[in-house]
Design a protein around this ligand. Structure first.
Ligand code: ZN
Length: 353
């Protein structure tokens, strides 16, 4: 995944702000003023200037209880097995570099499929033409049918960075955490089936392949698997049935702060925030907003309601991203739990709509 370089929405409070100081000061003053106005309307402005969905105002005159903005729901809150999810991350990372075309990649394909025994599993396999040659690419799809008409898609990539194949890069967070959280989602979804169907929309889990660029990130050198799948699902009519598509990426960082990726449907981003609020995890979401390119882009560009759940702030100033320092010791089971439970709760809230 990659930050959009022409990102217009840079927070004036983040370190390494590219704006000149006087512009920063004007912006900061504007935000303080906007905050004062917004609070009086029952919304609040995060430190980044992000307008968060209805939260309790800090004003002493506020009368709303913290969770009043979220509709009441008696369903139990979801709870993934974060130890198990963390163990999956450890096992996936232990394969070593898992770039497209590699032996370790094949081992991981088998590992994923072995964990989906008894599930409805499909492949979307093809040969990708890249600047580094042709590579086999395989998206693995596990389908959990539901009683409601429509599909919720959850994606996470399992390949690691090709250009870093000889650097010692093992992608514990980038590639490992996304593979693992989807395996844990499969456990949770499988357990919730009644008469072979879940009570709600069908949920399809997609382990995407070829998310990483083989040379330099561009529209044609990135997200090979999801570009192929978006095209395929456009042709066969699947896209029209998708109610929401969420991508999980780099969600294992012990210091979890998920950006509000503006390349997404705002109602879905708001719903994820509400789900986080229900669980008391909102402080890990949306302090910063910015456009980030990831596996959702080919679907987003085709009008599918998307959200990319990503923490692209991995170590101070993202220093561990795409380096051999992306290792297990930087991750935490709690982060998998925060991201995992929030997305399961979002699925539950989507089912109610
Ligand atoms: Zn990456």
């Amino acid at each position: 995944m990659k930050r959009q370089t022409n990102a217009p929405e840079v927070c004036p409070c983040v370190p390494l702000c590219p704006l000149r100081l006087e512009i920063c000061l004007v912006l900061a003053l504007t935000i303080v003023l906007a905050s004062t106005i917004a609070c009086s309307k029952g919304t609040s402005v995060a430190a980044s200037g992000t307008v968060s969905p209805a939260k309790t105002s800090e004003s002493p005159t506020a009368t709303l209880a913290p969770h009043e903005a979220v509709p009441s729901d008696s369903a139990p809150l979801p709870h993934i097995d974060s130890k198990r999810a963390f163990q999956y991350t450890r096992e996936v990372t232990a394969f070593g570099a898992r770039y497209i075309g590699s032996e370790n990649h094949k081992k991981l394909e088998r590992y994923i499929v072995d964990h989906l025994k008894g599930d409805q599993v499909e492949d979307d396999a093809f040969a990708a033409d890249t600047v580094e040659g042709k590579f086999p690419v395989r998206n693995i799809i596990a389908k959990f049918p539901g009683t409601k008409d429509g599909i919720i898609v959850i994606m996470g990539h399992y390949d690691t960075v090709y250009p870093l194949r000889n650097s010692g890069f093992v992608g514990a967070n980038d590639g490992g955490s996304s593979t693992a959280i989807l395996l844990e989602f499969a456990n949770q979804l499988r357990g919730g089936l009644r008469d072979k169907k879940r009570d709600g929309y069908s949920v399809w889990l997609v382990w995407t392949d070829g998310e990483e660029a083989v040379k330099t990130w561009s529209d044609t050198d990135s997200v090979y698997g999801s570009r192929h799948l978006a095209e395929k699902w456009e042709k066969d009519g699947t896209l029209k049935k998708i109610k929401a598509l969420m991508v999980m990426d780099m969600i294992g960082d012990a210091d979890l702060d998920i950006q509000r990726n503006t390349k997404g449907a705002s109602w879905l981003l708001d719903l994820i925030y509400s789900a986080a609020e229900r669980l008391g995890y909102q402080s890990h979401f949306y302090a910063v907003e910015e456009p980030i390119e990831d596996d959702h882009v080919p679907f987003f560009n085709r009008g599918v309601p998307c959200a990319d759940v990503i923490d692209l702030d991995y170590g101070y100033n993202n220093v561990f991203h795409h380096t051999p320092q992306d290792t297990m010791d930087k991750l935490s089971p709690k982060s998998l739990e925060i991201a995992g439970d929030t997305i399961l709760e979002t699925i539950h809230m989507l089912d109610q709509r």
